[in-house]
Ligand binder design. Structure first.
Ligand code: FE2
Length: 317
């Protein structure tokens, strides 16, 4: 029996960087995000149409990688139910104060060791006068700077055991498994799961190094496919490293561009068009090895570093 809509959405994520100032400049100048606070060791930035206080916390660290991923519960009752279940599953680190703008946050780990937080209380972002939008149904003025990403879209973790992490999101948090990669030996090499009507919010793909707790990428949504092409042009102008794209994925049909921010973390700009998952009895789409071998949607071969680069780096990856 599916759990139902216990988690509302992906909210705010900690991204670790060994070059904090350069990473902040990337998110502000290239992605068009806005700094809303912080200190010498962490900086809060937001995308213009995220309704909460901030989208990312950039954290000064010895390496790249991902810190805590925070999810908003669908209601106070849903939060209480999930806390009870997570404590029962032995994955709890207990309650902590939330970031600025966020209430008490229940901290726990997925089977791979990625840290997650779940909370209900959240302040609506209140823009200063110079950032106030013309239309009251938008969180913040459109920045018109760089890519001008609208909102956080998804996170793609690397995982040593993809199936265990998929089961955890489905059974403990109520995620729907929309698509996955099933290898010829029956094992699962990637899973795309959603808490919303978007095709996916959280992804696990197999970490070929067998390491746990790493990040493949985080992604931001643009309004149009044209924005992705423009993002490539702006990357060229600003000296941002383009790893791959613009192309179209077969899985989830996302039009994409992958770049690296200065700290080494992979960032995706994505546009899934009007595609939504509406069927309450959605059947998971399984992609075979032979289908994956065809490459991206238009037959472009997937670049090798996409299979090897994760953060923090291990060995020579
Ligand atoms: Fe992605």
């Amino acid at each position: 029996m599916p759990l139902g809509h216990e988690v509302a959405h992906l909210s705010h994520i900690e991204l670790l960087t060994p070059v904090l100032d350069k990473s902040v400049a990337f998110f502000v100048d290239y992605l068009g995000m806005t700094v809303v606070g912080g200190d010498d060791n962490k900086v809060y930035v937001r995308a213009f149409d995220d309704y909460e206080h901030h989208t990312l916390t950039l954290v000064a660290h010895s390496s790249s990688g991902i810190g805590r991923t925070n999810l908003r519960a669908s209601s106070p009752d849903a939060l209480a139910r999930r806390v009870k279940a997570l404590e029962g599953a032995g994955r709890s680190s207990g309650w902590q104060d939330g970031d600025p703008g966020y209430g008490p946050t229940f901290v726990f780990q997925d089977p791979d060791g990625h840290e997650l937080g779940l909370y209900w209380e959240s302040e609506r972002y209140n823009p200063t006068k110079d950032l106030r939008p013309a239309l009251k149904n938008q969180a913040q003025r459109y920045p018109g700077r760089g890519v001008s990403v609208r909102r956080l879209d998804h996170v793609n973790y690397l995982g040593a055991d993809v199936e265990a992490n998929r089961d955890f999101l489905r059974d403990q948090l109520g995620a729907l498994v929309t698509e996955q990669i099933v290898l010829d030996d029956g094992s699962i090499a990637g899973t795309w799961t959603t808490f919303t009507n978007k095709g996916y919010d959280a992804v696990y793909t197999r970490d070929r190094t067998g390491t746990t707790g790493r990040l493949h990428h985080i992604a931001f949504a643009t309004d149009t496919r044209e924005d992705i092409l423009r993002a490539a042009d702006i990357a060229l102008e600003q000296g941002v490293f383009i790893e791959s794209g613009p192309h179209k994925h077969a899985i989830q049909q996302t039009f994409f561009l992958y770049v690296y921010e200065p700290g080494g973390n992979r960032i995706e700009l994505c546009n899934a068009g009007a595609r939504l998952v509406l069927a309450p009895d959605w059947e998971t789409i399984n992609w075979t090895e032979a289908e994956r071998a065809k490459g991206q949607a238009w037959g472009m071969k997937t670049i090798e570093s996409f299979h090897t680069h994760g953060t923090p780096p291990v060995g020579n990856t």
